[in-house]
Design a protein around this ligand. Sequence first.
Ligand SMILES: [Zn+2]
Length: 346
Amino acid sequence: MMHAPSLHRLDKDRLLREFAALVEKDRRDTATLLAYIAEIDRRKLYLEHACPSMFAFCTTRFHMSEAVAARRIRAGRATCRFPCILGMVARGELHLSGIHQLAGHLTDENHQEILRRARHRSMREIERLIAEIVPKPDVPSSIRALPIRKSETQSSIDTDQDGGSTTQPNNPVRTSVKQKSRPVPLAPRRYRLQVTIGEETRNKLNELQGLLSHQIPDGDPAEIFDRALDALLTETKKRKAGLTDKPRRTQKKKGRGRGIPARARREVFERDEGRCAFTDAEGRRCSSTWQVEFHHRVPYARGGTHDVENIELRCRAHNQHEAEVEYGVGFITSRRRSGEAHARSS
Ligand SMILES: [Zn+2]
């Protein structure tokens, strides 16, 4: 809007000439951006800034949308393996969405051929190209009819006319299939979850529908799913937080035991709310819940104790990162945790 008045008066030749130049510049910038993303990702520099992944770094620190971040990161990684992609992006021969779709299918052997065929192709054409080179994945299937409008279904558009079909044989390959197991908001606080399940899972569901038929007369899978999640959450939290009341036989070894006592595990888990407690220099916390593990601030091998003050939760990425800092993988400087560094230096 800001430039609208001046553009209004711009003569059409110049308007179009400048537009073409902008598009070209945008392509070159995109290629450069991909190279930077790939390098930051390779060095895992996001870890020092309290992000568990490059994706979190792009979305929370740089406020990219999830879709844009995912496309750029995937494309960035693809350029590491196949640097010729950068040139194609800079020349406008291949768009990010195309790379995103193709990336998982490129190999050392086939990439030249596939990239040549993907040049200047639309998304639909690239999807067709992928359908040619890879076997079909599982088709998405619904257990029961869903009250959703056509516009919301997108990739299941050609699946069901009345919303009630259960399987769609010979469905054309839709590459968005994998993204669909994420719950999609329908209306406020309503989500659609569509998954493909195997025979065994189907049997378990049937069995539960029978067992719970007094409480859930219509056997609604959503209701059973909710109860299953409750049960799994309780069980998993118990295990993670050491809430189990049965003492483990393997923890019998006396002395300075390797295992963290159940009480300490429970306290730390509750204090850190089940989330990574890694904090960067600016005091921003990671808070990832991905593969959370217990971490000793002063490492156990260096005399650290199992006291709750010495233990914090870490996501998988930060646990590995700090182990690398602690035991040295070279390029990482440990100035982040200067306090610990000083304590160790004597
Ligand atoms: Zn973390």
